[in-house]
Design a protein. Sequence first.
Length: 624
Amino acid sequence: MSLSCRVAKLGISEEALQAWKLVRSQYLVIILSFPHGYRSLDKLCSYDQTSARRDVEMRVGVSNTYKPSLQEAYQAFRHLTNDEEKSEQAQKNKTTGMNSGFKPCFVSRPMNDLLNSCLLYTIEKRFAGMPWSGAEMFYNDIQGMNLAAGAIDDKYYAPEETDRQYPRLVTADHITECESRDTMSFPLIAMQFLLRHFVRCTEFCLVCHRKLPDEFEAIKPYVCENQLCLYQYISLGFGPSIEHEIMAQPYVVDLLISFCYTRARSGKLTDLPNGLSLSVPGLDSYPADMTNRTYPYIEPTGQATGIQSGVDNQPIEYSAKFDEASRELLFESGEKNPFRLGDWIVVRSDVSSTPFHCRVSETNYFPTVRVSPPIIRGAMETSASTASTTVTPAEPVSAISLRKGFKPVTFSIYNGNFDELSASDKREAMLLLMDMLPSVHEMKEYLTRKASGSLSDWTDRLSPAALGVLRWIVATCRACIMQVDDPDNTSGTPEERLWGMNGFMQFRFAMGAPDKERRFINSVRETQARLKQKHSTIFAWHGSALHNWHSIIREGLHYNYVACGRAYGDGVYHSLDHNTSMSYAGIYRGYGASPGGLGTWPNSCLRHVIERKVVEIVWLRKCP
């Protein structure tokens, strides 16, 4: 069976539709499979959870038609691994386009898990008098617990209160509106439960499905503060596909990496990829002038504090001989093999030389071990005229520069636990891993050539730790950033560009709850009517330094610490004159004399534009 609803009827704002990769003309579809014949609601509720899963299974997706074909329905219930699903979706996108037939949407995987695991249990609690919110809270609270009979707290029966505005279609409740339990429709209840969580997906954790705190409204769904949820979100396929983001909007991915890199270089990156089981290299893999440097870190009080990078996490060093031409490591006879196939290592020929990174590709002929083509992270270069520091891009070593013959080297393995490092060392490790990333255009070219369409297959160029950081950067962005300009495609949409900003590459971004735009419009109309205004909105500018944008696109504009003074008290300051905001966008107090002093991601194709035009980065916002 299938039930569907046109996306246009769900009251979702245009910004949210763009962030969720939806089209108004599409249909949100739930397919229910009854392998042993249709089962009524009473029949399903009488089963235990395991038995119920054998008699009904549900899948969620979107389609151009209100009713998927029988073949599409069968395909929806195939059990695929993450890699198989990515490969199949990539192939489908190449051959039939993005909008053909029934396909998973951005929250299909978590919605499928939610419907199949807890829907029937929450329906039983609804029959006991709980609202949806109380039944879901009770289900989450009893996991792994045995509650005594009659020990149910009154909080589970409290009516759900919300100040958000949703269409009647989303708030309809068949359980309370139906007079008899015997005539209730299980498919209709399942569809209403799906609509509740689909439209309000930003209010719930995508993994454990618990209600998130109300302090911050995001336009993209995310996870709670539990590190296990973050791990599953990024590592087990619950999060967005970075491959799709790179193919669809490469410059947005480039921008996200650049924002994160600059914030880490400034020493202000405090939200870190903890709990992802990242194995990172030791601190000695950094050039000499980066190790043990002091970051100017801004505390929430606004006071600058020097934080010294630690030196306690030194890796175990091994000695061997290395032939650059054949890419072979030679050990002394009798030594024990320190590697596992696939390990990433950092190799240095002497103390002053720049280390290179490579993957162990063959260990069958130990004491000779073969490695992948070495990747050299560029050395730090300091300009005396600007007091700025830059890093040259990381590149595979050219075959022309290779020399034959074995030379003594030392090396260490990527086996440091990221979670055990100090905060400053974690930032150092992230800088190194981002330096080792190929450019976004290189990644796009690889995905175009590769049939599987997965970066995890690029094992000789991307270490698991670097790929994990890349996934974290893309997946944790809760704003919708759209690329207005595409230098690779001259047939763009010039009407979307902001007038008067010729020569600048432009991006649009939006954040906030999906119903925020509707609340904003209603507020504007009420204010216009009350004040009898001729114009209901004004355009105001807000300028912010480059190292702040990694935080802005995740947390919004806030005033947790003083950066530029507050002449009129706490608040987010705007200006009617863009030149005023532009001056604030270029402020780098305590971080160097120029924007280049912070350093941008060396492999960014936007690097020179960002360094040269950073003071022009502004935010356009509508204000009532």
